[in-house]
Design a protein around this ligand. Sequence first.
Ligand SMILES: [Zn+2]
Length: 147
Amino acid sequence: MTQSSDRISCPKCQASNFANSAVCWQCGQPLSGPDAQTASNQPVGPTPPPPPTPSFEPARPTYAAKPQNYLVWSILTTLFCCLPAGIVSIVYAAQVDSRYASGDYAAALDASNKARTWAWVSFGVGLAVSLIYGVFAFLAVVIGNMK
Ligand SMILES: [Zn+2]
């Protein structure tokens, strides 16, 4: 017979209580007997299903749509904006169709991006030239009216 069998320490104030007492005599903390501790077994439930195996996308060839060749934009910017950059854009735009026809989708997409970039360059240069020309024309008119 051990002395600790009929004694239980309060989890709140560590006071020694009788094992059959419901609450702590010192602080009133509800005491849970040793039966309540051991009775809380793990709930026996259905085992959860194993996580689904991650399905990776197989690297199969996908028939992606043909990237835009921006041919119209490159021709328009060549005519109305900047001739050299527009010609570069037209060259890349022409490569989009040929590269896509040969099955090299990555190269076709690369040519498409370059055609778009050069079309924007041509547009930007043409816009800048137009603005500078407009500024000089405006100054010419102003100076002409000052006389
Ligand atoms: Zn207590």
